[in-house]
Design a protein. Structure first.
Length: 273
């Protein structure tokens, strides 16, 4: 009986001893997180800055890296960069150069990776836009008329060339009685036919060209009133050689005296009366 009590006491003593030791053991098993495990606070201490935000292939790009002094294995990489060079500049600063590679237009990420003095990972990123293609020059709108003059009823061909995305084009002139709408071929060429107004007067008129609602050019167009191919003023009938007279005291210039011309005009008028 005494022996049993002794064994129970020993067991109890052992249990108490183990219970007292358990908290200490648990503390040893859960040490403070190591900065060498996974990402560390060093991530936020690194930075990457590019000298340009965009460029075309072949453009030189300079960059500056900031990281804790003593950092190692620093590297800058991107699909958009080639010939990357990085060297220390002192006091936790590194500088480098690279060239934009021959890649398609678009936005590319530039990454900085490395190892901090405490063994943690260093990371930083930047953006670079590559514009490989030179944008085409803005299309120059133009206006062309099939003739620069006309009579009432004459048909004048009109051609306007402009950007393919223009929604409408037309010309306007008093010589044509106002606005003349044009038809598009879908590729920036507009054509139509203007008719010289029946009541147009002899003179010069401006032909104004519009594309997308905005005037872009004006050309000069001349008109001669009196259609049907007939001249506005009837020409005087030339005198016959025998009708030429030489006034006294003058040289024979081949021109008839004024009274002779007047008589001829009167006779012509009487004939057509």
């Amino acid at each position: 009986m005494r022996k049993a009590v002794t064994l129970a006491a020993i067991a109890l003593t052992s249990t108490l001893a183990l219970g007292a030791a358990a908290p200490a053991f648990a503390a040893d098993a859960s040490p403070s997180p190591s900065v060498g495990q996974g990402a560390s606070s060093s991530d936020s201490s690194a930075s990457l800055q590019l000298s340009v935000a965009s460029g075309k292939p072949g453009t030189e790009v300079k960059f500056t890296v900031k990281a804790p002094k003593g950092s190692t294995a620093l590297s800058v990489s991107s699909k958009a960069l080639e010939d990357v060079r990085l060297s220390p500049a002192g006091d936790g600063t590194w500088t480098g150069t690279a060239k934009i590679a021959k890649v398609a237009d678009g936005n590319y990420g530039v990454s900085l990776t490395g190892t901090a003095p405490d063994g943690g990972k260093l990371q930083a990123t930047a953006q670079l836009t590559v514009k490989a293609q030179t944008p085409p020059p803005a299309p120059v709108s133009s206006l062309k008329l099939s003739a620069d003059h006309g009579r009432p009823g004459d048909k004048i061909g009109v051609t306007v060339r402009t950007a393919a995305d223009v929604k409408n084009a037309y010309v306007a002139s008093d010589a044509f009685g106002g606005r003349v709408d044009l038809k598009s071929d879908g590729h920036g060429t507009w054509t139509g036919t203007a008719v010289v107004a029946k009541d147009v007067k002899t003179g010069y008129y401006g032909v104004h060209a519009f594309a997308g609602g905005k005037e872009f050019d004006t050309v000069k167009f001349s008109t001669e009133a009196g259609g049907g191919g007939k001249p506005d003023v009837k020409p005087v009938t030339p005198l016959k050689p025998g009708e030429h007279k030489t006034p006294k005291g003058s040289v024979n210039t081949g021109q008839a005296p004024a009274d002779t011309v007047a008589s001829a005009v009167a006779a012509e008028a009487t004939t057509h009366a």
